[in-house]
Design a protein around this ligand. Structure first.
Ligand code: HSE
Length: 346
């Protein structure tokens, strides 16, 4: 049966702009394989917002952003149409949130997601802030708290873009005890470390990661380890069922590492990565950490290229399960949002 999924979209940076592009490019596939049509009924960016209950012109939205203009400049647009107002007043099936991460308060994303779920909309996030600071609260408002009749909360784009970190842990390892999780979940620092290892400079590598749309709007979140910590927090909550706030564990970034540290590790048959780790302790809970770690060269996370992120789950009955993804820009993160859109539409 053909279905139309009506979206409210907040934030039109690299990720959601690419989501708009792939909603167009995959239109025929979505119709054929999933009988699904996607309609964008409202959007907002830092300029304000615009809405149309019959669906906005997606090509026009893309052209507006490519011309570096805000959507409030479009006919009917207004500076007052912020995300909170859109989710309060507009009827839609899902709220798609990809505004910049705010690790102090998670706002304005957190309030808008909360409102959307309370109004019965599914929520699909690429913004990690609300999950890093308030996962348990959002889980209770959604199906993630265990009640499948509640709106769905999905965030696979938050934990390594297209890398299936959450699906692998939650769905594919169902029934297993997870002894530990290791992840290289921040693409920017992986790119910087592998570039420095080859003689490149830290500053140039960070600049390239920014130009490719990989780095956070505030890149200190990447290099000081907070983006990786947000992702580990989400894994702890959503996969390991351990209520966790990003402030609960120790986080060390890559800023103190030198090229010599990296090349010395290679000389000793190791590779330094920014490792997210969750390790089950004797009490059955998980000890969490994010820090630069030297891994043996044959470890799955040490063999990865500068473009790759990866996750390794060590389990009791499923053995070791790992996944990697190579991502050279924000498109795969948008693709993860699309897979979540298909999921919530079912
Ligand atoms: N800044 C993030 C990274 C983007 O470098 O991995 C995706 O979360």
């Amino acid at each position: 049966m053909p279905r139309t999924l009506r979206l409210i979209i907040a934030g039109l940076g690299n990720v959601n702009l690419n989501l708009l592009r792939i909603i167009k490019s995959q239109q025929a596939l979505l119709a054929k394989n999933y009988q699904l049509t996607v309609s964008v009924v409202a959007v907002c960016d830092s300029s304000g917002g615009v809405s149309n209950p019959n669906g906005l012109d997606i090509d026009l939205l893309i052209a507006t952003k490519e011309a570096k203009r805000g959507v409030a400049s479009l006919p009917g647009g207004s500076a007052s149409l912020i995300a909170q107002r859109l989710v309060e007043s507009i009827d839609a099936d899902a709220f798609v949130e990809a505004t910049p991460v705010n690790l102090q308060t998670a706002e304005p994303g957190l309030s808008a997601v909360r409102t959307a779920l309370k109004r019965g909309m599914h929520a699909i996030l690429a913004n990690k802030g609300p999950l890093a600071l308030a996962y348990p609260e959002l889980a209770v408002l959604s199906d993630m708290g265990g009640d499948p009749s509640k709106p769905k909360l999905r965030f696979s784009a938050c934990v390594g873009g297209a890398l299936p970190t959450i699906n692998l842990g939650r769905r594919d390892l169902a029934g297993s005890v997870i002894h530990s999780v290791e992840g290289v979940l921040n693409g920017t620092t992986q790119y910087i470390l592998r570039s420095m290892e080859r003689g490149g400079s830290y500053a140039e590598a960070l600049k390239e990661a920014q130009e490719r749309g990989l780095a956070e709007t505030d890149p200190t979140l990447d290099v000081e380890g907070w983006d990786a910590a947000n992702k580990l927090t989400i894994v702890a909550n959503a996969v390991l069922n351990q209520p966790t706030n990003v402030r609960d564990f120790s986080v060390t970034g890559i800023t103190a590492l030198t090229a010599a540290d990296l090349t010395n590790a290679v000389a000793q048959g190791q590779r330094i990565v920014l490792l997210c780790k969750a390790e089950r302790n004797a009490a059955g809970s998980y000890d969490l950490s994010v820090k630069p770690t030297a891994l043996p060269a044959d470890h799955p996370l040490a063999r990865m290229s500068e473009w790759e992120m990866g996750v390794v789950y060590h389990t009791d009955i499923s053995g070791r399960a790992s996944a990697t993804s190579a991502e050279r820009g924000p498109m795969p993160t948008a693709a993860a949002m699309l897979r979540d859109l298909i999921d919530v539409s079912r």
